[in-house]
Structures are given as structure tokens and as C-alpha cells.
Ligand binder design. Structure first.
Ligand code: GDP
Length: 447
């Protein structure tokens, strides 16, 4: 996640203000230094960081905190407001007929983002179509088609054509019954003149309502030039930041937003079509600052429930919070969790859990891919009730029998048991939180 450690380090610094009713210049300097360090490390443009820090400093010292507000809350509020100001509002995307064109370098995630956005619009009740005009990258047609199929949206491309402008024109005609057209364009490894010429030609035919620049979160200072050139040639209305599920820093993308005077439209958080979030400045910054974003989490939970056909009655977090955690529980939780998205992303949204807890677990502890889950399901089908209840008692002989019965390697059975242990350990930590955040949040989600 972007600026991952900002929340943690900032919270530490802000905590030193606890109990104080007034902030001193020295206090503010400490906070500002922490923010500068994180932002610069995350590749945010230096000039931008300096602007932001002087505003935070000025406001913290000059503005009078409302009566009863602690120094800590006063500074936190200003930091929050200024950070929201830095990322800006999300790109305006009315839920109506429109054409969106995507620009960006090869590998930035355009094709994937086109399908994700189409999926997102379809969930909002619109009828999107993806038009693939990339004739440069050999696999583009098939990849985009596969993704559009997964998103269950209309698709147009022509693997035999070599004129992107013609594909765009024909694509718009062929998909005229769709209401949202998402036009994917070719990228190159670097910005070259012919790429700019091509995208200008496509734009003149497509006449998009919005041009979105797709940027890999890993992009650093290069984002500035790229954003500037695309902005000069076609005008950029918004940015899609992809691969935020990785270790990328994302700051370059913030620089691009500033450079193009645009805003962030979507965030990409994985390789599947559903791994997309509409950018919400408040939620994003709350998460960044480690405050948690309950609304996003609640939406995901709702969606997951719809998809698994579970009613709220079946979902009983209380069960999970009390007593033992069996393989049967794990089976249920994995299904729901997987529909919400990777567990670590879900965790990031929970107040007080972002970062900290996850850092204590091995990197792959939460890596429950769909394929592994399907295997786990098959493995569990070959277990006895007793084994499901008391997985810790399963020994080598049983592993061998389960493996034979399920047709899955013993390795998979062991992985499942390992995964169960890790989840059990995580749940125990939640339980350790007593009546704290987690339980309150779970209850809230049930309402
Ligand atoms: P394009 O060349 O700009 O069209 O980029 P692609 O859409 O083909 O994406 C390049 C690679 O990045 C592919 O392997 C995608 O699966 C991957 N990718 C795209 N978006 C994301 C994302 O949000 N998270 C992750 N982990 N991978 C992504």
C-alpha cells in the first residue's frame, strides 16, 4: 500500500503529543519531519512535499484548536486535511453514457484496468464495452478478451487489423448498444513520438469524455515527465494507480496527479477484475494514517455476501471471536474472505490492525489464492468430521490417507493445516483484543 509506513511512524510521533494541550514548534517539526521522510521515501516529488509540510506547520501553529481538542487531535486533523488536499477529490465519473480512453506505458496495467473499470461500471448497472486498439503488443487482443470475459462485459478487438484508429472507429460502431465505452490503447516501453502520434489519432476518432492515465504504483520520479507529455498531447482528466497490492510506493503517481492537475479515479489492487476500488480521498488517507476505512470494508463484506449467497444470518463473526477455530470455520471464513479480496487488504482496512499485526506474520500467511482454496476444499472433503474439528491431532498417517483420498499431494494437505494454524493464530490475536475494535467492527458490519 502507498506510503505504507507513514501511518505507523506518524502515529508514533503523534502519540508523543498525547496529554499536551498546546503544540510547540518543536512538536510540529517532529511530525512534519516524519511526513517528509515517508513521502520522499515513497517517491513523492520534493517540491510537493515541501509545500505540504510548510502548510501543515503553519496551520498547526497558527490555528486555534477548538475548545477541548487535544494537541494531538488538532495536528492529526490538519495533517489529514492537508493530505486529502494533496491527493485531491476523486475523478468525477458520472454513472451515465460516456467514453473513457486509457493511456499509459506498456505494462502499466491498462488492459487489466480497462476490464476492471468495465466490471465496476457493470456493477453500477451500466452496460460497458471494452474496445482494444493495441496492435503493438502481440498478446493484447487475447489478454483483453479474456479479461473482458471474466468481467462479463462486451468486447471488441480485431487481432488481424493493424490500424488502431480503424479498430477504434469500428469498435465504437460495433458496440453502439453499450453505454460506457472504455477504449484501451497501445503502450510502449518508453514514451516515443509514434506512441504520442498514435494516441492523438485515436483520440480524434474516439472523442472521449475522459482520458485516464494508467500508472504502475512502482513508478517513481519518471511519473512527472510521463504525465506531462500525455497531458500535453491528449489532456489527462484522471489517474488510475495499479498494483497497489504490491510493495510499490505509489508516490510517483501522486506526483503525476499534481502535475496534470487531475485526480485519482481508480486504484488497482490485484490481477482479477474485481480487484479495483473507486478512489475515495477520505478513505484512502484514513487508511494511510492508520485510521481504518470501515466503509470500504463494509462494502466489500456486503459484496462478498451477495456473491456467496450467504445471508447475514450465516455470517456469525461472534463464532469466530469466541471458542475454538476449527477447519469447518476456516472453510466458511475462507470463502467469505476470498470474496472480499486478499485477506491482508481486508486487514489493512480494520482500524488498529493496518500494518502492525500483518507484519508479525510471514509474507505468505494470508496468501490464499483461489486455486489453493479449491484444492483445500477438495482436501477437506476427504477428512472425517473429527479431523475437521481437531485438525491439530492430524498425524502423518492421516495426511497420507487424506492425500490419497483427495488426489491432492501431501504437500497440499500440510499447507492446509499450516494455513489453518496461521489463521487460528490471527483469530487468537483478535480475541486478545477483548471488547475492542475488532468485535465492535464485526458487529457494526452485521447491522
Ligand atoms: P498494459 O500493458 O498496460 O495493458 O498492462 P497489463 O494490463 O497487461 O498489465 C501488466 C501486468 O500487470 C499483467 O501481468 C497484469 O496482470 C498485472 N497487473 C495489472 N494491474 C495489476 C494490479 O492492480 N495488481 C497486480 N498485482 N498486478 C496487476
Amino acid at each position: 500500500m502507498v506510503l505504507d509506513d507513514l501511518g505507523t511512524s506518524l502515529r508514533g510521533t503523534l502519540d508523543t503529543l498525547r496529554g499536551k494541550s498546546r503544540v510547540t514548534e518543536e512538536d510540529v517539526d517532529k511530525v512534519v519531519k516524519e511526513i517528509q521522510r515517508s513521502l520522499i521515501q515513497a517517491d513523492v516529488d520534493i517540491a510537493l512535499v515541501q509545500d505540504l509540510s510548510s502548510r501543515i506547520k503553519e496551520r498547526s501553529l497558527e490555528e486555534e484548536p477548538p475548545g477541548g481538542t487535544s494537541a494531538r487531535d488538532h495536528v492529526l486533523k490538519i495533517v489529514y486535511e492537508e493530505m486529502v488536499g494533496l491527493v485531491g477529490d476523486s475523478t468525477d465519473l458520472p454513472l451515465e453514457e460516456q467514453t473513457i480512453m486509457l493511456a499509459g506505458l506498456q505494462g502499466s496495467g491498462k488492459t487489466t484496468s480497462a476490464a476492471k473499470m468495465a466490471w465496476w461500471f457493470s456493477k453500477k448497472g451500466l452496460r460497458p464495452a471494452v474496445i482494444q486498439t493495441d496492435t503493438f503488443r502481440p498478446g493484447a487482443y487475447d489478454q483483453a478478451k479474456q479479461m473482458a470475459d471474466r468481467a462479463e462485459v462486451e468486447y471488441y478487438g480485431d487481432p488481424d487489423a493493424d490500424d488502431p484508429v480503424q479498430i477504434a472507429r469500428e469498435g465504437l460502431e460495433a458496440t453502439s448498444d453499450a453505454d460506457v465505452h472504455i477504449v484501451d490503447t497501445a503502450g510502449r516501453h518508453a514514451l516515443e513520438d509514434d506512441l504520442i502520434d498514435e494516441i492523438e489519432d485515436i483520440e480524434s476518432v474516439v472523442d472521449p469524455d475522459r482520458n485516464l492515465l494508467v500508472l504502475d504504483a512502482a513508478i517513481g520520479q519518471g511519473a512527472k515527465d510521463q504525465a506531462q507529455q500525455f497531458d500535453e498531447s491528449i489532456g489527462i482528466d484522471g489517474v488510475v494507480i495499479t498494483k497497489l497490492d504490491g510493495t510499490a510506493k505509489g508516490g510517483g503517481a501522486l506526483t503525476a496527479v499534481d502535475q496534470t492537475d487531475s485526480s485519482i479515479a481508480f486504484l488497482g489492487t490485484g490481477e482479477e477484475v474485481a480487484d479495483v476500488e473507486r478512489f475515495e480521498p477520505d478513505g484512502f488517507i484514513s487508511r494511510l494514517l492508520g485510521m481504518g476505512d470501515l466503509r470500504q470494508l463494509a462494502e466489500r463484506v456486503e459484496r462478498a455476501m451477495e456473491e456467496t449467497g450467504q445471508s447475514e444470518d450465516d455470517w456469525d463473526p461472534e463464532d469466530m471471536m469466541s471458542g475454538s477455530f476449527t477447519l469447518k470455520d476456516m472453510q466458511k471464513q475462507m470463502e467469505a474472505m476470498n470474496n472480499m479480496g486478499p485477506l491482508d487488504q481486508v486487514m489493512d482496512m480494520i482500524p488498529g490492525l493496518g500494518g502492525g499485526l500483518m507484519d508479525q506474520l510471514p509474507d505468505d500467511a494470508m496468501d490464499v489464492t483461489e486455486e489453493r482454496m479449491r484444492d483445500f476444499d477438495v482436501v477437506m472433503d476427504s477428512m472425517t468430521d473429527e479431523e475437521m474439528e481437531y485438525p491439530r491431532a492430524i498425524g502423518a498417517d492421516q495426511i497420507e490417507r487424506i492425500s490419497r483420498g483427495s488426489g491432492k499431494p501431501e504437500e497440499r494437505v500440510r499447507e492446509l493445516l499450516q494455513q489453518h494454524k496461521m489463521m487460528e493464530q490471527t483469530i487468537k490475536q483478535f480475541q486478545g483484543m477483548g471488547d475492542g475494535d475488532m468485535q465492535r467492527m464485526m458487529k457494526k458490519m452485521q447491522q
